[in-house]
Design a protein around this ligand. Structure first.
Ligand code: DGJ
Length: 735
């Protein structure tokens, strides 16, 4: 029997959301409590209400309505979206303070609505889906003691195996309500034997994977920096303890938001687990007057019964086709040369022209002028906020430089950092109150700069106007939008004291508005966002910029770990990755040019080195890297990505594989990290092929069945010297 993606059984009051391989169930139970029943493999028609058993647990109280029934407790039930002050002492999903100062929220089920197509959020990016691709379920809950209406939003994408969540909160009463916490989702599990995988890091060392079993108490990953941060990515996985790349149950949660976030997990007294994810409640509050609405950003959830590899494929497919802007879906990207590590701030128009010219000679498509072209920006002490070209450095002005570089047949791209201001700038001198600053306190600086208060429209407009003038004056086809400090001194001079808890979020909404305005005006612009590398590498930014600068660390060997971690949620086409000079500027390490090329090619390829200073042999290698990248770019952008090794465990070699969706072609690439004397045999097993089909190794001409490649494996080459590149390409032979 064909199953509808969203069903409601009027008799049992059970909602069932199903995708090709997953199912999600919840039930309206006693006293209109919305209880979470199940998320996991698609189990067909069975309803799972039998999993819920009430137990009388000491100190777990009972709602008044339950009378003398001591087995019904909010403290022990798996819930769909838990309120506060209602006898549930676990981490919760929502908190609010009412006008009388009380903070209780008892959410009861009121109604539901199912409709075709995917819901949209106001002013925040979210996955999109047509009526054929997705359905929406809205469940309305209402607080028993006030007129606060909480609508839970579910987007179901049956073919993608994705369910999205978001929440809309509306004050339907006349009394003010102050929202203190509004998570985007909650998920309660009836088990705690799960591993928690997350991605921590620091500047220039983002996305370090960590895995640990859940334990009693609360653990969380979070950012209070105003941006999603280098320090934790807004992505988390819970999985069965034995789960690996190919087997085991995995649940992925990815927050489509670029500001403060929290993903908190609690294992409670009964060994059940609650996960909540959304905007961090730190310094967060939102005042809702009569009729006012607050929306919490989207979480994209995926379930895989076939391990972490399949989980990643779900996210990659979802983000590639339903999150990034339509014109970049399956669209080839220009291969760029960026001047940052070549010149830093020390350049003039002739130096830039020469970099572009050599880039063109090598076959590159786009020249990117990085930091230092504007205002009095001679170093990172000054100039931010003055988006006017510095004609002492670029004589003849930007239009002339762009014209000359375009005449070479190169596109032109420009770096900007619109959210910041230097104290030594005209903008700061004219509008000192436009930066974030707490009255009566000295601001905290970071990289000598201050955050502009882009929650204010006049600030956004002023900055955008300057940028539009630059864009109107020259043929600029790419923008690198950078952000080089965390938010500090968080305070908006434009808001009253009781609304200061809104500033973090209003900042993020302001950022999205700026990006929307920029792309509305220049729809064909390729945007690459960046925050000192991967400080704001999140799905919301991916919506605006199909590629994000992955890390300021351009060392190929370190990048293996960074790109490995990034690949769990994000497709390779999202990862800005550059070939840079050796010894590497961040680590001092030297690796062969071809190896640097292999690693950067497992991303959105670019170059960031002085191509006129490399040897003739290296120039030939650059041309080869480029040619091979162009040959495999479609495969990289559209295929399934497999992590063949874990660089946190395997110090000897790092390998990855990409298989075309039709299984007709695959590449295996990577780096032999350490050479050894009298080398051992190293066999590597491929994944994702058709076992009974024949595949030919393009280099050797040798043929193997897919089964042989996946079960018997292939021999890794014996090489000499550390950090040697490996690459294989197999094509299916059509019989
Ligand atoms: C940080 C970025 O990640 C770098 O690539 C470069 O653009 C610098 N900022 C410029 O200040």
């Amino acid at each position: 029997m064909e199953m509808k993606p969203i069903r409601y059984n009027e008799k049992t009051k059970i909602f069932s959301l199903s995708t090709a391989n997953s199912m999600y169930q919840m039930q309206v139970r006693e006293y209109n409590t919305l209880v979470h029943l199940y998320y996991g493999a698609n189990i067909g028609q069975t309803e799972t209400a039998y999993r819920i058993v009430g137990r009388d647990r000491g100190f777990s109280g009972n709602p008044y309505a339950a009378g003398r029934d001591r087995t019904f407790s909010m403290d022990t039930l798996p819930q769909e979206y838990s309120g506060s002050g209602n006898g549930d002492y676990r981490i919760n999903a929502i908190e609010a303070v009412h006008e009388d100062g009380s903070n209780v929220l008892q959410l009861s089920y009121e109604s539901y609505r199912i409709r075709k197509g995917k819901y949209v959020l106001n002013g925040m990016p979210a996955m999109s889906g047509t009526e054929e691709e997705a359905q929406t379920l809205e469940i309305v809950l209402r607080d028993q003691g006030s007129d606060l209406k909480v609508t839970l939003l579910y987007g179901v994408f049956p073919e993608l195996d994705v369910i999205t969540r978001a929440v809309r909160i509306e004050n339907r009463g006349t009394k003010k309500v102050e929202i203190k916490k509004a998570m985007s989702m909650e998920m309660d599990f009836l088990q705690s034997d799960l591993d928690f995988i997350h991605f921590h890091g620091r500047h220039a060392m983002e996305m370090m994977m960590e895995r640990q079993p859940l334990s009693h108490g609360i653990q969380s990953i979070e950012s209070r920096r105003g941006c999603s941060s280098h320090h934790h990515n807004p992505f988390a996985i819970l999985c069965s303890p034995h789960a690996d790349e190919g087997t085991g149950e995995c649940f992925g949660y990815s927050l489509v938001y670029s500001g403060n976030f929290q993903c908190a997990i609690e294992v409670d007294q009964a060994d059940t687990t609650r996960l909540v994810m959304g905007i961090h409640p730190y310094h967060f509050s939102y005042c809702l007057g009569q009729g006012e609405v607050f929306e919490a950003p989207e979480v994209v959830m995926a379930y895989s019964e076939q391990g972490l590899g399949r989980l990643s494929h779900i996210f990659h497919d979802a983000y590639r086709a339903h999150l990034i802007r339509k014109q970049w879906v399956n669209q080839k990207r220009p291969v760029l040369i960026n001047n940052w590590e070549v010149t830093y701030f020390d350049f003039d128009e002739e130096k830039l022209y020469q970099i572009a010219k050599t880039g063109k000679e090598m076959g590159l498509d786009l020249f990117v002028l990085d930091d230092g072209w504007f205002g009095n920006r001679e170093s990172d002490h000054s100039g931010l906020g003055d988006w006017v070209v510095n004609e002492n450095k670029i004589k003849g002005g930007l239009p002339e430089l762009v014209r000359r570089i375009n005449a070479l047949g190169m596109k032109f791209g420009l770096w900007i950092e619109p959210e910041m201001v230097s104290e030594d700038s005209s903008l700061y001198r004219e509008h000192p109150d436009w930066c974030m600053r707490i009255p009566g306190r000295n601001p905290e600086r970071s990289r000598y700069q201050l955050n502009l208060d882009i929650s204010r429209e006049e600030v956004r407009e002023h900055v955008l106007e300057q940028i539009f003038q630059i864009l109107d004056g020259s043929h600029i086809e790419y923008i690198k939008w950078d952000m080089n400090r965390s938010l500090g001194n968080v305070y908006s001079a434009a808001l009253p004291p009781e609304r200061q808890g809104e500033v973090f979020h209003r900042y993020v909404l302001g950022l999205y508005q700026m990006l929307e305005r920029l792309l509305d005006r220049c729809p064909d612009l390729l945007l690459e966002t960046c925050s000192g590398g991967g400080g704001r590498f999140d799905p919301a930014m991916l919506h605006y910029s199909p590629q994000i600068w992955c890390s300021d660390n351009t060392d190929a060997v370190e990048r293996i770990k960074i790109q490995y971690g990034t690949s769990f949620a994000y497709p390779v086409s999202a990862m800005g990755a550059h070939v840079s000079i050796c010894p590497n500027h961040q680590t001092g390490r030297t690796a062969p040019m071809e190896t640097r090329g292999i690693v950067a090619s497992a991303g959105a390829l670019g170059f960031e080195l002085n191509l006129s200073r490399i040897t003739e042999a290296e120039k030939e290698t650059v041309k080869k890297i480029l040619q091979e990248y162009r040959e495999k770019e479609t495969l990289l952008q559209t295929g399934d990505y497999y992590r063949l090794t874990n660089p946190f465990q395997n110090q000897e070699y790092a390998l990855w594989q990409v298989v075309s969706k039709d299984r007709s072609e695959t590449i295996v690439e990577g780096v032999l990290l350490k050479c050894e004397a009298n080398p051992r045999i190293r066999l590597i097993r491929l994944r994702g092929l058709q076992p009974e089909k024949m595949y030919q190794d393009v280099d050797s001409g040798r043929c193997y069945t897919g089964g042989a490649l996946m079960k018997a494996g292939i021999l890794l080459p014996v090489t000499s010297g550390d950090y040697q590149p490996v690459k294989f390409r197999f094509i299916r032979i059509e019989e």
